[in-house]
Design a protein around this ligand. Structure first.
Ligand code: AKG
Ligand code: FE2
Length: 411
């Protein structure tokens, strides 16, 4: 309908727009202020469930427009009023947060019919985004308390991982992987208490099968690893969408399909090594890492912006998210990478499970989306492929985020 009218009379173009009130609140914009659209007309497909739209009638009172699924809503704007020489009328409207019915309207004959779910929903969502943004800008890491991986699966996976890391050395050595830094890393002269197993990529059925076969995993172990891999991949996609939304990106498919590397770490802390470093200070090179740390043995430390180390103590039932170098470059410097290390605190074995979302695959570049670049936020990093960046970090021996300076745009 809009196209017909526009083509016939106004020869104008359409400008589709999606308004996410939750996001607007997260950006501190509150509800949508009263206004009249400046354009010819707006066709609005309202939220099917969440109301809030109100239009002003001629006597100046706002009247709610309740959701009515399957019926687009048309608002006429300033242009229409001018073009029709005042015959058609522009409508003042607003989007308000739904509120509870005032107490005067609730009594025994008229019990409360609706709970203020809209307001609560928006408030919770806005608060979630605000916290996410604050943590990712200030620390580059945060703990997830509500997530998609069932607690029972997390503990089953921890036991499976412990038994794989306890396998005889000859079997662990069979874990070979195509990419550098993956596959079995045996204890070395430099770091005799650290070893890890792993593979790339976590979302590939074939890669998972070959990891399990290399380690002679039982069918039970295989099943647990498969379920865990699937849940982690879903969680990572969800996390990426939330991070993108917290940055105000309406199209949050940017990070979809970025593959994950999987690694399980074992630190055999002894009384002699207490106080020394188990995993050197580094940033993760990719976008983010989802870490199931040891529920009992601490040691992980993150560095704050002043250069002070802060211990990240175990917090069973939560997952840790660490943002890496790719997150910093992709977000044009809005998200920050976190420097971290593992220190020996006590003579015990520490086991962690890390899933690293790297960057785009197959030669695609890491590049800030256009929405994050403007005259106040000029592009900070030249586009690069994840693989080139990883090699650069390695060849320059820069492991704690310093290599980002080598991909900065010139001032
Ligand atoms: O073991 C941990 O808690 C941290 C592991 C880590 O930072 C890594 O593997 O990159
Ligand atoms: Fe790390």
């Amino acid at each position: 309908m809009s196209r017909d009218v526009l083509e016939k009379y106004a020869q104008a173009t359409c400008e589709p727009q999606v308004v996410d009130i939750g996001k607007k609140l997260a950006e501190g914009l509150g509800s949508i202020q009263e206004h009249i659209d400046s354009r010819f007309l707006t066709i609005l497909q309202e939220d099917d469930d969440v109301g809030g739209l109100e239009v002003m009638n001629k006597s100046g009172a706002f009247v709610p427009v309740h959701p009515c699924p399957g019926t687009p809503f048309v608002n006429l704007g300033d242009f229409t009023q001018a073009w029709s020489s005042g015959r058609l009328y522009n409508v003042r409207h607003t989007v308000k947060q739904a509120r509870e019915a005032p107490p005067e309207l609730v009594d025994s004959d008229h019990p409360r019919l609706y709970v203020p779910f809209v307001y609560e929903y928006l408030r919770v969502k806005a608060e979630e985004y605000r916290k996410l943004r604050e943590a990712s800008e200030t620390w580059g890491c945060f703990r997830l308390v509500n997530y998609m991986i069932p607690p029972a699966l997390m503990s089953e996976m921890k036991s499976v991982v412990r038994s794989l890391l306890d396998l005889p050395m000859e079997i662990k050595k069979q874990n070979k992987d195509g990419i550098t830094g993956s596959g079995y890393q045996a204890p070395s002269i430099d770091n005799p208490i650290f070893e890890s197993l792993g593979f790339y990529d976590l979302g590939s059925r074939q890669a998972l099968d070959s990891f399990c076969s290399q380690l002679n995993a039982s069918s039970y172990q295989r099943e647990v690893i498969e379920k865990y891999a699937q849940a982690v991949c879903e969680q990572i996609v969800d996390m990426g969408q939330k991070l993108a939304e917290s940055l105000g990106l309406a199209d949050n498919d940017y990070l979809k399909g970025w593959p994950c590397q999987f690694r399980i770490n074992k630190y055999t802390f002894t009384s002699k090594s207490v106080g020394s470093t188990g995993l050197r200070l580094h940033t993760d090179s990719g976008f983010l890492a989802l870490l199931q740390d040891d529920e009992i043995v601490g040691g992980l430390e993150v560095m704050d912006k002043s250069g002070t180390f802060v211990a990240v103590d175990p917090c069973p039932g939560t997952l840790l998210v660490n943002l890496g170098d790719v997150a910093q470059a992709w977000s044009n410097g809005r998200l920050c990478n976190v420097k971290h290390r593992v220190q020996f605190r006590e003579a015990r074995i520490r086991v962690s499970i890390a899933s690293f979302q790297r960057g785009p695959d197959e030669g695609a570049v890491v590049e800030a989306p256009p929405e994050l670049v403007d005259s106040e936020h000029p592009r900070l990093y030249v586009p690069f492929t994840y693989e080139d960046y990883r090699k650069l970090r390695f060849s320059a021996n820069l492991h704690a985020g310093e290599a980002l300076a080598l991909v900065r745009t010139s001032p």
